[in-house]
Design a protein around this ligand. Structure first.
Ligand SMILES: [Cu+2]
Length: 281
């Protein structure tokens, strides 16, 4: 709240009302001052932009919390060839984990549904440098459930909270391995425990692993903007409300590497692109 513009006016008002005080009208003087503070002062105070409004500070990029434009980039990620079959995960080292998984559980490093490749982190790598964005207030959840991380790949914004949850009645430790942010290693021995972390620098990707259960791993892409996504079973992604411009779009996969494409898109225009990965890239 900005109060500076109102203070000098109060100092002026008091001398004007001083004669009333001299006339022993202390109550009237107080009432007039109260009316001034309630009605006049808010109008004098400088308006502060609401959280939903873009604002521009001198010498800085605009802070944008809502849609920027009308351009869009849609796409899909496919896998060429036949993925090599993987054996189910052996969880025998922890009876709690085996009891939580009656059916076989498979690794999530290469998940292909038809030709669609899942767990690919797709994001705008370049093209938004002139903008800055506020992080959402809602945390992103990384759950340890059935001795797996859920989700396996996630995206979040710089300074957004990551809430790490243990939903299992066994000890997990969360070992965050980062390069541009501080790494950490925390233990969560009890079901229901939560820990929150946030990251101040963009980083693609931060790896999480559990040192107790060596099959557990997850990845988080941390960006300074909200234009990112993780492919699901249909392998698709979509970036809406982009400003017109030229963008480098990168697709990251934990085992198959990265691919990128440059896309130019205008107002009210939607461009479609496709990424194709194959084993051994
Ligand atoms: Cu674990």
């Amino acid at each position: 709240m900005t109060s500076a513009p109102g203070v000098p006016i109060i100092l002026i008002l008091y001398p004007l009302l001083f004669p009333l005080y001299k006339m022993r009208s202390i109550k009237l003087c107080s009432v007039l001052c109260l009316v001034f503070l309630v009605i006049v002062f808010p109008a004098c105070a400088q308006k502060e932009p609401s959280a939903a409004e873009p604002s521009v500070a001198a010498g800085s990029a605009p802070v944008v919390t809502s849609a920027l434009g009308t351009a869009a980039i849609h796409g899909s990620v496919t896998f060429e060839g036949t993925p090599s079959g993987e054996a189910p995960i052996n969880m025998n080292s922890d009876p709690v984990c085996t009891s939580l998984n009656k059916a076989p559980v498979y690794p999530e490093d290469v998940v292909v549904n038809g030709k669609h490749l899942e767990n690919v982190f797709v994001y705008v790598k370049h093209g938004l440098e002139q903008y800055s964005f506020n992080a959402p207030a809602e945390p992103v959840i990384l759950n340890q459930d059935g001795c797996r991380y859920s989700p396996h790949v996630l995206g979040m914004m710089v300074n957004q909270k990551l809430r790490i949850v243990n939903s299992d009645a066994t000890l997990h430790n969360v070992h965050g391995q980062a390069d541009r942010n501080p790494s950490f290693n925390i233990g969560q021995p009890l079901k229901g425990m939560t820990t929150e972390r946030s990251f101040a620098a963009p980083e693609v990707m931060i790896r999480f692993k559990c040192d107790v259960h060596k099959w557990m791993s997850a990845y988080a892409g941390v960006l300074s903007h909200p234009y990112f996504g993780v492919t699901g079973s249909d392998g698709t992604f979509a970036f809406e409300n982009l400003p017109p411009g030229e963008y480098v779009i990168e697709a990251w996969h934990e085992k198959l590497g990265t691919e990128s494409q440059t896309v130019k898109v205008g107002d009210h225009e939607t461009k479609s692109i496709n990424f194709s990965f194959k084993e051994g890239l």
